[in-house]
Design a binder for this molecule. Structure first.
Ligand code: DUC
Ligand code: ZN
Ligand code: ZN
Ligand code: ZN
Length: 477
């Protein structure tokens, strides 16, 4: 087996940083060493990678992606092949994608379909959550089976009536099962019935442009659903993870529940930390006219900067009430996809693609003095691995863990966007991050001991990634 020694870098964990060398044997990390030394004499390795002046961090764990997801009358534009390769470019070495069960579909059929899509087509390791679009005897029984198959978390929707929405009664049943099994319940917390009325009213008023997607999903619909989910979790004892939180009021409710001792966790995404409803309002381009704003149509929606949501979300990353930052990577092209919403924002497929940029965008938060570099590693790598039952294998640089490592240059530079000398590797004809400049750079990406990306570009195989069978979430509370 090939041995690799990473020398001279600063190894960053969720709890601290130190100058250490990292020894890899085959697919695993075998030792962390004081620089240049070992108790057993000088270490020789087949391959040495000089990381002097660089950060050595665990490979990113993106806990929320939707590759090839059928949605809104179309399908997310990244396949497992293109999306996981883009993830690798950006320093993410594990994704957790959502198996989709819409109303009327069989859970186990969908799991088989997702394995078929991902197997042999993934550049990095992948795991699955299960979306429950139906809560009934069959899906409740499937929950137990899936835990044995390494799918240990279940997402419910309070939005999208007719496709995914679960009634409060169904939510209680799924949460009871989650509590019994020790499985994490994930929640899309928006009041879908209220939103549907607001959407129809907006369209009747002639408010048809992309910006009105956001105004017809106001923060009250997110806070109300978050509150309801928190109360139902309290009632049933289920551990609850609220996905893609964008409203500061929803996070305040999550923080309140956590302070009261409840097992409730908040996730946010880079788009909610950086982008705003105001920018969407002003968005017009030569190419797309007023459809330009469709580039940022996602649910939950972008929030108002004037109301201060973005700054509050950064604060909650510091307090720990935002436990993880994932992308909710759900890319659609403008051509033929976002275009479906010309003249009617409700027909714009919801989603933004960022799987390639999460590590960089959050590192910019370090550079801007918003979070420490240790917190960066925590919310992007370590806690997602722990929350999703992969701790010890993923998200940490420790002996015995998979050798998923990123060498990050804190003095490097990355220009986001496409065209004019910029490129990304996601299958999208636009970038939600056009023009963003990052004061850092992903230099080398190692996945299970193999360098899959270096300064020459992506050098991994098409099918390097393997399915990760997950355990139940660790250390809830
Ligand atoms: N939100 C999105 O933006 N896209 C996919 C599904 C979702 O909940
Ligand atoms: Zn969602
Ligand atoms: Zn999602
Ligand atoms: Zn570089």
């Amino acid at each position: 087996m090939t041995t690799t020694l990473i020398t001279g870098g600063t190894v960053i964990s969720a709890t601290g940083s130190a100058l250490q060398d990292v020894l890899i044997d085959g697919e695993r990390i075998v030792a962390l060493l004081a620089p240049g030394t070992t108790p057993l004499g000088p270490v020789t390795a087949d391959v040495t990678i000089d990381a002097t002046g660089k950060y050595v961090i665990p490979g990113g764990v993106d806990g929320h992606t939707h590759m090839e997801m059928p949605f809104g009358g179309t399908q997310a534009s990244d396949t497992f092949e293109t999306g996981t390769r883009a993830a690798a470019w950006g320093g993410t070495t594990t994704i957790v994608d959502f198996v989709v069960q819409a109303h009327g579909q069989r859970v186990q059929d969908q799991v088989a379909l997702w394995h078929e899509k991902a197997s042999g087509n993934s550049a990095v390791d992948y795991a699955f959550h299960q979306i429950l679009g139906d809560v009934n005897d069959e899906s409740l029984k499937a929950m137990q089976e899936l835990i044995g198959e390494g799918i240990t978390s279940f997402k419910l929707f309070m939005a999208y009536p007719g496709v995914f929405l679960s009634s409060d009664g169904q939510i209680v049943q799924a949460m009871q099962a989650g509590a019994d099994l020790g499985a994490l319940i994930m929640m899309h917390a928006e009041n879908g019935s209220a939103i549907d009325v607001l959407v129809q009213q907006a369209l009747q008023r002639g408010e048809t442009g992309p910006y009105f997607h956001g105004t017809s999903r106001p923060w009250q619909t997110e806070q109300e659903a978050t509150h309801r989910a928190v109360m139902l979790a309290d009632l049933t004892g289920a551990p609850l993870y609220i996905v893609h939180v964008s409203a500061k009021q929803a996070l305040a409710r999550i923080a309140e529940a956590r302070n009261a001792g409840q097992n409730v966790f908040g996730e946010t995404c880079p788009q909610y930390l950086y982008l705003s409803l105001e920018e969407q309002l002003g968005a017009v381009s030569e190419e797309w006219g007023e459809l330009e704003g469709a580039k940022w149509v996602c649910s939950t929606p972008l929030r108002s900067r004037a109301e201060g949501h973005q700054d509050e979300l950064w604060k909650y990353i510091r307090t720990g009430d935002v436990t993880t930052v994932s992308t909710d990577h759900c890319p659609f092209c403008m051509k033929d996809q976002k275009e479906m919403g010309i003249g009617n924002f409700s027909k714009i497929p919801n989603g933004i693609g960022s799987v390639e940029h999460r590590m960089d965008l959050l590192f910019q938060g370090v550079k801007d003095g918003r979070i420490s570099k240790e917190r960066w590693v925590d919310v992007c790598c370590t806690t997602p691995a722990r929350m999703f039952g992969m701790y010890g294998r993923k998200g940490v640089i420790t002996p015995g863990a998979d050798a998923d490592i990123v060498i990050y240059d804190p003095d490097g530079h990355t220009s986001l966007g496409i065209g004019e000398g910029r490129e990304h590797h996601m299958n999208m004809d636009y970038s939600a991050w056009q023009g963003y400049e990052i004061d850092g750079h992903v230099d080398v990406v190692i996945s299970r001991g193999t360098v899959i990306k270096d300064e020459t570009g992506y050098i991994g195989g098409k099918s390097h990634g393997r399915f990760v069978k997950r355990e139940l979430s660790q250390n809830l509370i």
